[in-house]
Each structure stands twice: as C-alpha cells, then as structure tokens.
Design a protein around this ligand. Structure first.
Ligand SMILES: NC(=O)c1ccc[n+]([C@@H]2O[C@H](COP(=O)([O-])OP(=O)(O)OC[C@H]3O[C@@H](n4cnc5c(N)ncnc54)[C@H](OP(=O)(O)O)[C@@H]3O)[C@@H](O)[C@H]2O)c1
Length: 304
C-alpha cells in the first residue's frame, strides 16, 4: 500500500489509509480476536492505528494494549497515533465538566497514562485532540518538546485545529507539527473550501480525515442529505459496473483519496469484510466529473 510522508518528518510515514479504534470497545472482540483483526489490517498494509486517551471512556487504549501484550511483535509493524487534551467529566478523569486541558501537567500525565495503558514505550505521533481556548502555546510547546526529547513521543501534530490555531502553536515550537486530523467526508467537505486542506498542502502537513464515512451516515443515514448521497453513490456505482454493496463504500473513499492534499482517511469500521472491501478504492480512478457529481450530492447544490 502507498505510504504518505512529509519532508517535515522524513522518518515518519503513514499508511495511505489508517485504522481508527474509537469504537474498539463497542465491537465486542476478545483480545485474541483483536490480534487477528490488527494482523489482518497490517497484512493489507494498513499500518497506522489511530487512538485517543478518551476513546471508549478511557478504555480503548487498554483494549489495544491487551492485544499487543498477546502479540508484542505487532508493535514494530505499526505507527501508533494517539491524542490528548480532552477531559471527560466523570470518575475516570476526576473532572466535573467536559473540558479541554492543554496544560503542561495534564498533557504530560495523559501521555504517560496512554503509554502505560497501551504497554508501549513510545507513540509515533501525538495529536492535540482539540484546540483549547485557554491554550498557553509557549507552555504547551515546552512540554511537547520535552516529551519528544524523553522519547515518549516521536512526532507531534494536532487535530481539529484551524489554520490560525495551528500557526500559533507552531510559532512557539522548534519541532514541526506534522499532521492535522480533521473531519472530512462527502457530508463534510467544508475543509476543501475553508482553507484547512490548503493550509496542510502549503505547509506539507499530513491531513488525516476522521469519520470518512460520516460515522456510517453516508450509507445508513435516513436524513435528506444522506439519502441524496446514497442515491448518487448507488447511481454512479451502477454506471461504473461496481458491486451494489461495496461500490458505494469504495466510491466514497476514492472521492477522498483523489484530493491533492493526499489526506489519510481514518476508517472506523470494525467489520473486517467492509474494511477489506473499502481498500479496493485505492485501485479506483474516479474521473473529475464523477468527483464533482459526488460533491454536488454531498453539498446539495451545483458549483457556482
Ligand atoms: N480527531 C477527532 O476528533 C476524531 C473524531 C472522531 C473520530 N476520529 C477517528 O476517526 C476514526 C473513524 O471515525 P468513525 O468511526 O466515525 O469513521 P467512519 O468510517 O466514518 O464510520 C464508521 C462507522 O460507520 C459504520 N459503517 C461503515 N460502513 C457502513 C455501511 N456500509 N453501512 C452501515 N454502516 C457502516 C461502521 O459500522 P461497522 O463497524 O458495522 O462497519 C462504523 O460504525 C475513529 O475511529 C477515530 O480514530 C477522530
């Protein structure tokens, strides 16, 4: 599978498609079944695994770590991406209210807890999960740099940061922010128009696209926008002679892959058959008019 890298970090490359583990605790897999799912993805070339401290109410990283403990050699075959800076209210975090916390103390303790939960020495990429209105960029930059120096984190990035928020943090850091993970799908094409993906291309930042299938709404939603996209995906799929079940999944992914920013979609399905079927999008050539037909279906209007 193609790999995506940036001149900002020559020693980091991500698989063209990443595997998102937000829903890992919902899938009901035993640790051995998780091992076999991860092995299957790795064998297919999907080596980038996306997590966050809060996923599964702070349990996903432990579920992930249980699998790695059964098959420790898997670690060397993958890039582990994790995130911190959100604190969910409740016993697990001790917070009274859901909030963002980019303080040095919280970031350090969140990263150390994540490493312990996953049972690994280092994460390949740490993302600040959300921009924090109370972010002290200087103090945050200092703790991020010390986590890299200590070898706990290999590379730094952000998630859901707008270009100016990205630039502020970058202006205080001596290390590059190499990725920005943002929401992009046929139901959320805004980043293609509001400067987010242009900013990534301009600065050679790797964009990662979360919820590339809009959390399943692209195929199973019953609202007007989802229905319109489903009809267009089905029509285009038929006209290209694709399989009725898998064609729409492949087209929705091929639509993202065609974007010149070379974004890395983070697939969130826990269904191996669906994941394997989706990967056929890598071989698909969606022409310009087909791309715009899908864009029109997603936005509900023609281009001006
Ligand atoms: N940085 C952030 O703020 C942020 C936010 C959200 C997510 N993320 C990351 O992005 C990853 C992906 O997000 P996501 O899980 O929302 O991704 P997604 O791939 O858009 O959605 C996955 C969901 O869609 C369902 N689905 C897929 N194909 C379907 C079909 N043909 N029919 C019906 N349902 C279908 C899946 O169900 P099955 O499992 O049954 O296939 C699963 O529940 C997460 O795991 C996480 O790593 C990051």
């Amino acid at each position: 599978m193609q790999r995506i890298s940036s001149t900002l970090a020559p020693d980091l490359s991500l698989s063209r498609i990443a595997f998102g583990l937000w829903r890992l605790t919902d899938w009901g897999y035993s640790p051995a079944e998780r091992v076999s799912l991860f092995e299957q993805m790795l064998d297919l070339g999907v080596t980038t695994f996306d997590l966050a401290d809060i996923y599964g109410e702070y349990r996903c990283e432990r579920f992930f770590g249980e699998a790695l403990k059964l098959q420790p050699q898997l670690r060397a075959r993958m890039e582990i991406v994790s995130k911190c800076s959100i604190r969910l209210a409740g016993e697990a975090s001790g917070a009274r209210i859901n909030h963002y916390d980019t303080s040095a103390a919280h970031v350090r303790s969140a990263v150390e807890t994540s490493l312990r939960d996953m049972g690994v020495e280092q994460m390949d990429l740490l993302l600040l999960h959300r921009p924090d209105p109370l972010m002290d960029a200087e103090a945050l930059a200092a703790v991020l740099e010390s986590l890299v120096q200590e070898g706990k984190v290999k590379h730094l990035g952000v998630s859901n940061f707008l270009p100016h928020q990205f630039d502020l943090l970058q202006s205080r850091l001596s290390l590059p922010l190499v990725a920005n993970q943002i929401e992009v799908s046929l139901l959320h094409s805004l980043p293609m128009f509001d400067g987010q993906l242009d900013h990534c291309q301009q600065h050679e930042v790797i964009p990662m696209a979360w919820s590339p299938f809009a959390g399943g709404r692209l195929f199973a939603g019953d609202d007007a926008d989802a229905t319109r996209i489903q009809q267009e995906l089905a029509r285009l799929s038929k006209s290209l002679g694709l399989d009725a079940e898998n064609g729409p999944i492949q087209l929705a992914l091929a639509w993202l892959l065609k974007h010149p920013s070379q974004m890395v979609p983070v697939l969130g399905s826990g269904n191996p058959k669906r994941l394997v079927a989706a990967l056929a999008a890598l071989e698909m050539e969606l022409d310009r008019e087909g791309w715009f037909e899908l864009l029109r279906a997603g936005r509900g209007r023609d281009v001006d």
